[in-house]
Design a protein around this ligand. Structure first.
Ligand code: IPE
Ligand code: IPE
Ligand code: MG
Length: 245
């Protein structure tokens, strides 16, 4: 199939994806939900490679939300196991493609095995610089904002910063995403049109792209489609169209 045409000069610097629809993908095939998550892991590898190859600098994937802990115990356990095996398996993919791994979220809430594996891969890929792949794990944007508020107010209380000096930069520096630029393009698969507690502050001016494709089916063509759509839009950031030219 022909890939949609993309202008390499105008790539989104930061793509974030809400990878949704694994459960429904499995259900459509009469399989258990976990089967969908396994297929979803394959899409993660493919899309990560495609983004790096294309020249995307930052890819952030929503893999497990703070709310996902409420799922059946068996599903949560399997997802955690899948994370460990994927990290072990994909370390070579990351090295081969010069990709640095990073993570955002409450990593302390993860089982020790997952956290250790994660930190190991983060350390081993630390010098890679083609692209940063950030996994959002046990991530919730409201929790992130609460933690930021606590950290900033503690600094105000201890006279490290003055409340008069709190600005966007200060807020950014106290979020999990302190090292990342704002999101340019947010993609959600599976037809749901909601944010589900993902990067609320960071998507203030992101272009939103929703597709009915379920995550395990999300292909290189779908990725290119999303980027081509992004490139067809005019990002005005509050200005008028005339001001941009
Ligand atoms: C996304 O797929 C993966 C996670 C949230 C971990 P879902 O598991 O939410 O799949 P659906 O939405 O039930 O189809
Ligand atoms: C959002 O998907 C979280 C991830 C993709 C990790 P959900 O499937 O959990 O979202 P809701 O519950 O349908 O909003
Ligand atoms: Mg879902």
């Amino acid at each position: 199939m022909l890939l949609p045409e993309i202008n390499k000069e105008r790539l989104p610097r930061h793509i974030a994806i809400i990878m949704d629809g694994n459960g429904r993908w499995a259900k459509q095939r009469g399989k258990i939900r976990v089967f969908g998550h396994e297929q979803g892991a394959r899409s993660v590898r493919e899309i990560t490679e495609n983004c790096a190859e294309l020249g995307i600098k930052h890819l952030t994937l929503y893999a497990f939300s703070t709310e996902n802990w409420k799922r059946p115990k068996l599903e949560v356990q399997t997802l955690m196991k899948l994370l460990i095996s994927s990290l072990r398996k994909e370390i070579n993919t990351l090295q081969d493609n010069n990709i640095r791994l990073s993570a955002i979220g409450n990593l302390d809430a993860l089982p020790a095995k997952v956290k250790n594996e994660l930190l190991d891969v983060i350390e081993r890929t630390g010098a890679n610089n083609q692209m940063t792949l950030t996994l959002a794990l046990s991530y919730g944007s409201r929790e992130e904002i609460i933690n930021m508020a606590k950290a900033v107010s503690a600094k105000v209380k201890n006279n490290i910063i003055s409340s008069d000096n709190i600005d966007e930069y200060v807020i950014n520096q106290h979020l999990y995403t302190r090292d990342l630029p704002d999101v340019d393009l947010l993609i959600r698969t599976s037809g749901e049109q909601r944010i589900s507690n993902f990067l609320l502050w960071q998507i203030a001016y992101a272009e939103l792209y929703f597709t009915d494709v379920l995550w395990p089916d999300f292909s290189k063509t779908d990725l290119y489609q999303a980027i081509a759509d992004y490139q067809s839009r005019e990002r005005r950031f509050g200005k008028t169209s005339e001001q941009l030219t």
